[in-house]
Write a protein that binds this ligand. Structure first.
Ligand code: ADE
Ligand code: ZN
Length: 336
């Protein structure tokens, strides 16, 4: 078995699944300007450089303010299509073979954009990417946790025409002060509809939110989860149940969940036997996509190929994809 240190071109060719990706967080400044012009939207930035210069965050909320502002240029199905297909192409170049794509309907509905507009654009981009490169994708309809649970329930009901095109529901936006239990009824309804469930927990919020997401929402994965390491009982539970954690290293540095990558919880999480995956979260805002995250970890932690094979295998094992594709990809990773 090859235990060489992983290098950039080997990492680029390693088949990997991305499980934690907000499609609205893939909006690069260049496309932001193009769509603003297309739709006659005035941006509060002079140029692309000014947008990039604004990407200095103190915490999750300071990012979310910009993230919701950026969404404002997305108006038509073509806009959502172009946004998603552009990211799918970049991800494919990074060696990504599958993406579980989170999207935030409430960020668009409140601006008068219909679910039909949003879904038409995303579904067309997914079909185009599949035809172009074989990239498979699944959708995670995510609720904004800082809005009332009743709003989330209304979105879930409004999504009825697309239940067969949605793999799971998710929970994102400002974590602190919005514990998972607030959405217990919404998640129970999603479960009754046959939808899988994930939730952000333990990014900025305390480890107790991770346990609460498992207990009150019956999630099959935890998004982020890095603060689990502060509570040995939570770590033991996550390890024993092998709950997949969708960790986003560059995001955690950008949003100051950790001060620098060298101090990230990842090595301790691997040492504890947790089921870790690597992801980009909002690649346009946090310094790069999947390959940038893999490369940054290779540099910071010196992981060997065996470790990266394990991380890639974890991602495919936990992805929302057909079983035949899953077993074929796991074989591809083992041979890489
Ligand atoms: N929405 C987009 N990115 C997010 C993140 N990292 N945490 C919470 N909500 C988000
Ligand atoms: Zn996220």
């Amino acid at each position: 078995m090859n235990t060489d240190t992983a290098d950039e071109s080997w990492l680029a060719r390693l088949p990997k699944a991305e499980l934690h990706l907000h499609i609205e967080g893939t909006l690069e400044p260049e496309l932001m300007f193009e769509l603003a012009q297309r739709n006659g939207v005035k941006l509060p930035f002079a140029d692309v450089e000014a947008v990039r210069a604004a990407y200095q965050f103190d915490d999750l909320q300071s990012f979310l303010d910009l993230y919701y502002q950026g969404m404002n240029v997305l108006r038509t199905s073509a806009d959502f299509h172009d946004l998603a297909l552009a990211y799918f192409r970049r991800a494919h170049a990074d060696g990504v073979v599958h993406i579980d794509v989170m999207f935030d309907p409430q960020g668009h509905l409140k601006r008068g954009i219909t679910l039909q507009t949003l879904m038409d654009g995303l579904l067309q981009a997914m079909a185009d990417a599949q035809a172009e490169s074989g990239l498979s994708t699944a959708l995670i309809l995510s609720f904004l946790r800082d809005l009332p649970a009743e709003d989330a329930m209304a979105v879930l009901e409004a999504a009825a025409p697309w239940y067969n095109r949605i793999a799971a529901v998710g929970l994102d936006s400002a974590e602190r002060g919005h514990p998972p239990g607030k959405f217990a009824a919404v998640y129970a309804r999603a479960k009754s509809l046959g939808l899988a469930r994930t939730a952000h927990a333990g990014e900025e919020g305390p480890p107790a939110y991770i346990s609460e997401a498992l207990d009150a929402l019956d999630v099959c994965r935890i998004d982020h989860g890095v603060r689990c390491i502060e509570d040995t009982a939570v770590v033991a539970r996550l390890r024993d149940a092998q709950i997949p954690l969708t960790v986003c290293p560059l995001s955690n540095v950008a949003l100051r969940v950790v001060d620098k990558l060298a101090n990230h919880q990842l090595p301790a999480m691997l040492a504890a036997g947790l089921n870790v995956t690597l992801n980009s979260d909002d690649p346009a805002y946090f310094g790069g996509g999947m390959l940038a995250n893999f490369n940054a970890c290779a540099t910071a932690f010196g992981w060997n190929r065996e470790t990266f094979r394990m991380l890639a295998t974890n991602s495919v094992q936990a992805a929302f994809m057909p079983e035949g594709r899953r077993s074929a990809l796991i074989s591809d990773i083992a041979r890489h």
